[in-house]
Design a binder for this molecule. Structure first.
Ligand code: HEC
Ligand code: HEC
Length: 346
């Protein structure tokens, strides 16, 4: 029948498109990686633990609300594209990533590619982690291999029908640019350190930068806030805009906020930022935290204006209502990707 022929044509056309997309976007082999040390020094393992902490892996990979084991898999992250479940990344050999070698880990973190060759959804913020230096990845890998193995099985994602992993090569080729952090020579060292931590590790902009319809960050609005952040909640502008950013905060105020969550007006942080403070910024070394503060306050003002003064007050006041709420549950929001930073330090 003619209908059947069209169906066959449509199917083979689609398959052909996928094959073409895969071919065009197939990964370049990674430049020779020195295998990670089989007996890493204790100091490297501890440094890896610190980096894993400040990069916020726990916020997604531990189901704190469900009393899940450390890094054994998270609660659902609700996004406009469906719910995603962060997998088990303990050292368990089958349920976790205990059987991975260092190259597998680098491919995941730096290229967003699984050992099977499948591409990850950018709800896993490899769009920021791609900037992590390989030395730091090596320490993180060494630490993760020492975590207690937990046999918790991964939950399948619950995405909308039109979201499919096979589309990810196309998404990656459009919106993802792998690349290690490489600041220009001669920049202030503290700012460079702060930019590295904020962007490569603690990934502030994954939440604080608005995204386009396909979930990719809009670099021209770097850190300028979004109406649709994690949980669908608004996320404030943290550029130095006086009108709707934090241009009127001084260093001590930002330091106090990132250490303890206290806002300049005496109120406290709420929503997804509670996790960021508890699991990342409050654990930073004083020098690292200071560097992040200096860097964030140096980010040029972007006045997005989506927060009219009334709404701005609402966003900032919302902490009172959200503080009681689970921090971990459903906090993916539109944590989708982020690529070409407009930031001059990156
Ligand atoms: C915003 C939430 C979030 C954060 C933060 C996060 N991840 Fe993930 N991660 C995910 C999700 C969701 C997936 C699954 C992606 C997919 O299936 O495409 C994932 C996948 C992974 C994988 C692949 C595991 C596998 O079995 O294939 C590794 C490895 C990983 N993450 C490591 C890390 C590390 C290390 C950190 C911290 C530096 C981290 N993640 C931070 C959400 C997150
Ligand atoms: C997982 C998402 C997420 C990440 C990552 C994140 N933030 Fe936030 N941030 C939020 C949300 C949501 C709020 C609003 C908090 C509230 O409702 O009280 C917020 C609020 C803030 C505020 C308060 C601004 C104001 O005007 O009230 C500052 C400052 C801030 N974040 C800085 C940072 C920095 C610096 C980083 C990176 C080191 C970061 N955030 C990473 C989600 C995030």
């Amino acid at each position: 029948m003619a209908g059947n022929r069209w169906l066959k044509l449509a199917i083979s056309g689609t398959v052909l498109l996928f094959v073409l997309a895969w071919w065009l976007t197939r990964p370049e082999p990674l430049a020779a990686l020195h295998a990670a040390d089989h007996n890493p020094a204790e100091a490297d393992i501890r440094r890896g633990e610190y980096l894993v902490n400040i990069a916020g892996c726990v916020s997604c990979h531990t189901d704190a609300e469900g009393q899940g084991a450390y890094l054994a898999g998270g609660l659902g992250l609700d996004t406009p594209f469906g719910s995603f479940f962060a997998p088990n990344i303990t050292s368990h050999r089958t349920a976790g990533i205990g059987a991975w070698n260092f190259t597998d880990f680098v491919r995941a973190m730096h290229l967003g590619i699984a050992p099977t060759g499948e591409r990850y959804y950018p709800v896993f913020p490899y769009t920021s982690y791609t900037k992590i230096k390989f030395d730091d990845l090596r320490a993180m890998y060494a630490y993760l291999q020492t975590t207690p193995p937990v046999a918790t099985r991964n939950k399948p994602h619950e995405t909308h029908w039109y979201i499919n992993r096979l589309l990810m090569p196309v998404w990656q080729s459009l919106f993802f640019q792998p690349g290690v952090f490489q600041p220009d020579a001669g920049l202030d060292e503290t700012l460079v350190r702060g930019a590295y931590i904020a962007n490569a590790l603690t990934h502030c902009s994954e939440c604080h930068t608005p995204r386009n319809l396909l979930g990719a960050a809009r670099p021209e609005l770097f850190l300028a806030g979004t109406e649709a952040g994690p949980d669908g909640d608004p996320v404030p502008n943290i550029t130095s805009s006086e009108a709707d950013g934090i241009g009127d905060w001084d260093e001590d105020e930002l330091l106090l906020y990132l250490e303890e969550g206290e806002l300049p007006d005496g109120d406290y942080a709420g929503g997804a930022m509670v996790d960021v403070i508890d699991n990342s910024t409050s654990l930073m070394d004083p020098a690292d935290l200071q560097a992040v503060v200096s860097y964030i306050l140096s980010v040029p003002a972007v006045d997005q204006g989506y927060l009219g003064s009334e709404q701005g007050v609402r966003v900032r006041g919302q902490s009172k209502n959200t503080q009681q709420r689970s921090c971990n549950a459903n906090r993916g929001g539109s944590i989708f990707a982020l690529t070409p930073y407009s930031d001059p330090l990156l």
